[in-house]
Design a protein around this ligand. Structure first.
Ligand SMILES: Cc1cc2nc3c(=O)[nH]c(=O)nc-3n(C[C@H](O)[C@H](O)[C@H](O)COP(=O)(O)OP(=O)(O)OC[C@H]3O[C@@H](n4cnc5c(N)ncnc54)[C@H](O)[C@@H]3O)c2cc1C
Length: 397
């Protein structure tokens, strides 16, 4: 098969502009002619730089019968004795998409003794549940999980496959995408149907713009979605799904990774920030003195957890597991008290799903107030202890 990138030696003048343009150092000039080596990723920078149109890329058209792909699949993540909340969030969104496409919602359930979760997945929107059970699937393993799911995708040809953008999902989804030879839109914050295709929306360029992504030529369309971005559906009690038993054969020798120990990281008190109803978050200002201890006292009164802006993580004041925002966790608590945080977009993308936001900031012009129902202009070292004392008083303590 001819190389997809070719240099027309008649037209090439050996000017070297293509060498300068190539970000991958894949172009050299040999005997006054451009030569392209295996580092080329077909980005076409050299094509655009060439003044004589001597470099050509032949994009081979992938012809896929799109109509052969049906249904919206959700990888249902389970763990610690329950189906994870994000699985329901994805099923809720999948139901909306499937309704518009007039297709079915299917859940994919992998593990050991996981069949018992099929009913709750059905109550949250799954019409069909693929159940792959095996002792060796009890603990997540990239190779085994991706092999089983890729096999299912190739056999059943879903139209859309959604994964949670959890640690597990972020490991699994790219591996599946690479195995089936497709792209993947990571960390979507919005999904809808546009001209029969999945419109995948995600922040780009450091969160400064929202990019809309379509896959017009290939199927399935695959995306990961952050937890706490999509609302959970209202469960329809008593709903049942069709169960498809997936035979799983595992060769022990194929397991390349052996987990020796699992270490749990979570906020003080054992509650994860993404699952807490109340988050009291601190920014740069809380890094001063005993700022985070002050916030912790309020969080304790409200039975919540303390979160932080990235500055506090960079300053080693809080662990990464409580960072709220684009490169941290997305939260949607009932109450988000945010103190000494300016309101940079990279922070607000991670908290704007909160039901009620109370912001405390000394600067009346701080952007965070635009994301808050209640704003208190003041010093957190005065406002928060006063709030904590008032709550204690009202509790009769
Ligand atoms: C690619 C990328 C990813 C990023 N990801 C994240 C992310 O996930 N999460 C995140 O948070 N940031 C993230 N950032 C950083 C982000 O851009 C901001 O720099 C950061 O959010 C600012 O943190 P801050 O609001 O705590 O600090 P600042 O912007 O310095 O704001 C401090 C605020 O405290 C107020 N203040 C000062 N003293 C007091 C006081 N005594 N009482 C009350 N208020 C006071 C000030 O008026 C100010 O508004 C990211 C940046 C990049 C480039």
């Amino acid at each position: 098969m001819a190389d997809p990138i070719q240099v027309d030696l008649e037209k090439c003048t050996g000017c070297g502009l293509c060498v300068k343009a190539c970000p991958f150092d894949a172009v050299t000039v040999v005997d006054k002619k451009a030569a392209i080596d295996e580092r080329c990723v077909l980005c076409s920078a050299c094509v655009q730089a060439c003044p004589t149109e001597a470099i050509r890329i032949e994009r081979r058209e992938v012809k896929v019968d799109l109509s052969a792909y049906r249904d919206v699949w959700v990888f249902a993540e389970v763990g610690e004795g329950c189906a994870k909340g994000v699985s329901f969030e994805l099923l809720g969104k999948a139901s909306e998409l499937a309704k518009e496409l007039k297709q079915q919602v299917c859940a994919v359930l992998l593990g050991h003794e996981v069949r018992r979760y099929a009913d709750i997945l059905a109550e949250n929107g799954a019409g069909r549940v693929f159940v792959a059970e095996h002792e060796l699937l009890a603990r997540y393993n990239t190779d085994l999980y991706s092999t089983v799911i890729s096999g299912l995708i190739m056999k059943h040809r879903p139209n859309i496959v959604l994964f949670p953008a959890t640690k597990l999902g972020r490991d699994l989804a790219p591996r599946v995408a690479a195995t089936v030879g497709l792209g993947l839109t990571a960390d979507c914050t919005g999904l809808s149907i546009h001209d029969g295709m999945l419109l995948q929306t995600r922040p780009a360029f450091g969160g400064n713009i929202m990019a809309d992504i379509l896959c017009p030529h290939t199927r399935p369309q695959m995306a990961t979605v952050r937890p706490n971005v999509m609302p959970k559906p209202v469960p329809r009690r008593g709903m049942k799904a069709g169960i498809v038993d997936v035979p799983v054969k595992i060769d022990q020798k194929s397991i390349r990774v052996h987990v020796k120990e699992q270490v749990k990281t979570c906020a003080v008190g054992g509650k994860k920030i993404e699952e807490s109803d109340v988050v009291v978050a601190g920014g740069r200002a809380a890094c001063e003195g005993d700022g985070f201890e002050v916030l912790q006292k309020l969080a304790d009164e409200l039975n919540g957890v303390v979160g932080a802006s990235r500055v506090a993580i960079d300053m080693n004041r809080k662990p990464k597991s409580v960072q709220v925002g684009q490169s941290g966790i997305t939260v949607s608590p009932k109450l988000y008290v945010v103190c000494g945080v300016s309101g940079a977009i990279q922070h607000t993308v991670g908290m704007r799903g909160s039901k009620l936001v109370v912001a405390v900031n000394t600067d009346p012009g701080a952007t965070i107030f635009e994301f808050s129902q209640y704003g208190i202009v003041g010093d957190l070292f005065q406002v928060i202890p006063a709030l904590t004392a008032e709550i204690r008083k009202r509790k009769g303590r």
